[in-house]
Design a protein around this ligand. Structure first.
Ligand SMILES: Nc1nc2c(c(=O)[nH]1)N[C@H]1C(S)=C(S)[C@@H](COP(=O)(O)OP(=O)(O)OC[C@H]3O[C@@H](n4cnc5c(=O)[nH]c(N)nc54)[C@H](O)[C@@H]3O)O[C@H]1N2
Ligand SMILES: Nc1nc2c(c(=O)[nH]1)N[C@H]1C(S)=C(S)[C@@H](COP(=O)(O)OP(=O)(O)OC[C@H]3O[C@@H](n4cnc5c(=O)[nH]c(N)nc54)[C@H](O)[C@@H]3O)O[C@H]1N2
Ligand code: SF4
Ligand SMILES: [Mo]
Length: 759
């Protein structure tokens, strides 16, 4: 591959090192140096350059087994059996593309563009490949219906926008060295990475003397590695604990009154709720103890520590916000940061969405832009003709720019299956007839997989661009085989917000008869009469065009040669540094210009489920509802360290690191005669999964965890023997749009005992 621009001089053994990277939606975005011999990658190494190094995790280092997997899709396929049965025949590219073009045109002519459902997924995070080109193509074709809501963070995002008017609320990781106390609230970067330098930064902060407390129902690898104290908490009750901490801070006068006065609005309303003046219930630690299962003195202790050991970083992960009332937890965390004045100062943290550097978006996210405010009566302009002019949905923060698009033309991602099945009659904006799915294992990754299978079966046509025969691809009529990021070039910004770019240089020629998503669009666009201007540029021309628009990419060629561009910052990023140092010239980008402890924009919704101040609120599948009699255990669906969602599911090296199985506490296991290693069923009214019991005290009683991402594999009787978490999850989003994947009630039963091994 000597012609590739990144190739350094081959060492004597005929190996060429290609500077490239890894870019699924994995929490990272890392340097990989591919050692290529005779056109094949024989090993990877990671960043060996100057600090800070952007080092790959086990998943990236195992990538050869994904790239060269015998299970890769090799050529276009057409369904021959019933939809979902997984029987296909090989066809040529022309036939496959003609079929897709004919179906697109048929659906457009018969039903209109709104009947085309585009489901882009997170599979590839480069700017060029993955769903970008298909989206542009379908837009030029007259538009499509899509979803709103991102399962990662919708609750955290909603709360961040309501409180701060922005998602840029994070600090660069080097600033953790300035913290005296770090609270890892539902945050497990030892597994989920959250940008590659994070674990090292937390370790250094601990060495530097910071005290580290973790609040998580699971004793995660992060707890084991970093934390001085583990506080297990009942899932979905975090808002109650945070509100009780606020009670301690108010009652004991530990508030930062000057900060509250100067930078916030609405504290009095929150204080009245916390003290019980508005509803007669004082939210004391004693009130929170039976709700959260956290002893009152532990809540009091953490509240005092957080308010007095300043600066303190409360890092509020997204897992607890992936719950049925998720935004209340995030709002309560944000408000606690504000009450203690831990915002805008080195070593503090604002919680919120937590993006720091923004190579992903432009600077507008930090500016209040009233000129861009949406006129509710006129509707929202959009380049997608299907959406153009649609009115905002109720219960959206439509007056703020930079958050979720408020258009009512979109359907919440968690409700897509219901929308397909019920359409306009069910109150959705359209009747959906075909799905165009790119880089998404939606059947596996959206909540309520059994309903998903029913929905996909009901469509007239399904096309999937994929690399593997995923549970979703099995439901396609046409599967188009796509290459991986080792087989093409791209630019990738970091996952969350660290200051660098990865340039992925193509390391090997595309394997089998695969194409990139962009190449597919180049071939498909003329077949559906879409003008091909964009698609006529070659890959590198587009990457150069992208780079030329970024102020922080000064030299494309050097970035391309090195495979990485690290941006040097003059000082650590501290969110809201200017707002706090010089409030007269730097208002917060909210409507009031201040941190909104009580938010008028929320109050205007007049929805008691979205109160103006954060509250602890229940929901129909909470631990204290009648349903809990039937299904007494709470299900968590954390992200696995050996997969990226459902990607990398079939990589033997990674499977060897950790088996799929369910964590269950010995008390719950004993009550069900379950021993470690037993086959168990986990079930509720939505479905039943079969997996292996991992009996462990690393999870609190009353809670079971099945990591998300295992492949949905229903057997003849409907039992999901792949144990996909979403066979069990709830698909009713929170009022603010949070995904309730950590709010399902379940029961567990033993299926059979493994034969005892000889002693
Ligand atoms: N290895 C790996 N890393 C990843 C990913 C992956 O698939 N694999 N995915 C990436 C992506 S796209 C995302 S969005 C992020 C997700 O990042 P997160 O959302 O932070 O990850 P989770 O593992 O879902 O949740 C974090 C922790 O929250 C805990 N938790 C769950 N519910 C509750 C609750 O109600 N209260 C409390 N206090 N804790 C709770 C879980 O036990 C878990 O340890 O991870 C990224 N990183
Ligand atoms: N129960 C539960 N469910 C969850 C979560 C949870 O915490 N709990 N987390 C949610 C979160 S945070 C997220 S982000 C979503 C992720 O959900 P998805 O976006 O569906 O992510 P993956 O499962 O990784 O599937 C991505 C697919 O893209 C394919 N792919 C990779 N690269 C390319 C490419 O270049 N082109 C094409 N065409 N395909 C490619 C991969 O093979 C893979 O099948 O899952 C969500 N689902
Ligand atoms: S999977 Fe993510 S965190 Fe791991 S090496 Fe690849 S980019 Fe980095
Ligand atoms: Mo995500």
């Amino acid at each position: 591959m000597a012609h590739l621009p990144s190739a350094s001089t081959p060492p004597d053994d005929g190996v060429t090192i290609v500077n490239t990277g890894c870019c699924h939606d994995c929490g990272g975005r890392c340097v990989l140096k591919a050692h290529v011999k005779e056109g094949r990658i024989i090993r990877f190494e990671s960043d060996t350059g100057p600090e800070p190094q952007i080092r790959a995790c086990a998943r990236g280092r195992a990538y050869r087994q994904r790239l060269y997997s015998p299970e890769r899709l090799k050529y276009p396929l057409r369904r021959v059996g019933a939809r979902g049965q997984g029987r296909f025949e090989r066809i040529g590219w022309d036939e496959a593309l003609d079929t897709v073009a004919d179906q697109l045109k048929r659906v457009k002519t018969t039903y209109g563009n709104a009947a085309i459902l585009f489901l882009p997924g997170a599979g590839n995070q480069g700017i060029l490949h993955g769903p970008t080109a298909p989206g542009m193509m379908l837009q030029a074709f007259g538009g499509f219906t899509r979803y709103w809501g991102i399962p990662s963070y919708e609750g955290a995002l909603f709360a961040s926008m309501a409180t701060y008017g922005t998602i840029r609320t994070g600090h660069s990781r080097d600033d953790l060295l300035n913290s005296k106390l770090i609270v890892m609230w539902g945050w497990n970067p030892a597994n989920t990475v959250w940008d590659p330098e994070t674990s090292l930064a937390v370790a250094k902060a601990r060495e530097n003397g910071a005290r580290i407390v973790a609040v998580d129902p699971r004793h995660t690898d992060s707890v084991a590695t970093f934390a001085h104290q583990w506080i297990p908490i009942r899932p979905g009750t975090d808002a109650a604990m945070l509100i009780a901490m606020a009670h301690v801070i108010i009652a004991e006068g530990l508030l930062d009154r000057a900060f509250i006065e100067k930078y916030t609005v609405g504290f009095d309303a929150y204080r009245d709720y916390v003290l019980g003046k508005s509803d007669g219930v004082a939210k004391t630690p004693g009130w929170a103890e039976p709700i959260t299962k956290v002893p009152a003195d532990v809540i009091t202790g953490l509240a005092r520590a957080y308010a007095t050991q300043k600066p303190a970083a409360l890092i509020a992960g997204w897992g607890p916000a992936r719950t049925a009332m998720g935004e209340q937890y995030s709002r309560a965390a944000n408000v606690l940061c504000a009450m203690t004045g831990n915002i805008g100062i080195p070593g503090g943290y604002a919680a919120g969405f937590m993006r720091a550097y923004s190579s992903r978006e432009t600077g507008h996210l930090m500016k209040k832009d009233p000129g861009k405010q949406i006129d509710k009566s006129k509707g929202i302009p959009s380049a997608n003709p299907v959406e153009n002019g649609a009115l905002p949905r109720p219960d959206t923060l439509y007056k703020l720019s930079g958050g979720t698009n408020a258009t009512s033309a979109r359907i919440h991602q968690g409700r897509i299956w219901d929308a397909i099945l019920r359409g306009r009659a069910g109150g959705y904006p359209t009747d959906l007839k075909m799905a165009y799915i790119v880089a998404s294992n939606c059947l596996n990754q959206y909540p309520n997989a059994n309903r998903g299978a029913e929905a996909l079966r009901s469509l007239e046509f399904v096309v999937v661009h994929e690399q593997f025969m995923t549970p979703t691809a099995r439901f396609a009529d046409i599967v188009l085989p796509v290459n991986t990021f080792m087989e093409r070039s791209d630019i990738a910004p970091p996952w969350l917000g660290s200051p660098y770019y990865i340039y992925l240089n193509q390391a090997v020629a595309p394997l089998h008869d695969t194409k990139s998503d962009l190449e597919i669009c180049r071939a498909l666009a003329p077949r559906i009469d879409v003008p091909a201007d964009f698609f006529n540029m070659n890959d590198e021309q587009i990457l150069r065009l992208f780079a030329s628009r970024r102020k922080d990419i000064a030299d494309f060629d050097t970035m391309q040669r090195d495979g990485v561009l690290k941006i040097k910052l003059p000082e650590p990023i501290v969110a809201f540094r200017e707002q706090v140092a010089d409030p007269d010239h730097h208002p917060f980008p909210t409507l009031s210009g201040k941190i909104e402890i009580a938010c008028d924009h929320l109050a205007e919704m007049e929805n008691p489920r979205i109160p103006a101040v954060p509250q602890y609120l229940g929901h129909p599948e909470h631990f204290d509802t009648p349903l809990a009699q039937k299904y007494p255990l709470q299900l968590l669906t954390a992200h696995s360290k050996v997969r990226t969602h459902s990607t990398l599911e079939r990589v033997p090296w990674l499977q060897a690191m950790e088996d799929h199985g369910a964590w269950i506490h010995p008390v719950d296991a004993r009550a069900r005669q379950i021993e470690n290693g037993d086959a168990i069923d986990i079930f509720n009214d939505r479905g039943r999964v079969r997996t292996t019991a991992r009996v462990t005290e690393r999870i609190m009683p009353g809670v079971v965890n099945v990591c998300q991402g295992a492949w949905y594999t229903p057997d003849e009787s409907g039992v999901d023997v792949g144990a996909c978490a979403n066979t069990l999850t709830r698909d009713e989003p929170s009022p603010g749009g949070a995904f309730p994947m950590n709010s399902a009630l379940v029961q567990v039963a033993r299926v059979s005992r493994q034969p005892q091994e000889d002693q």
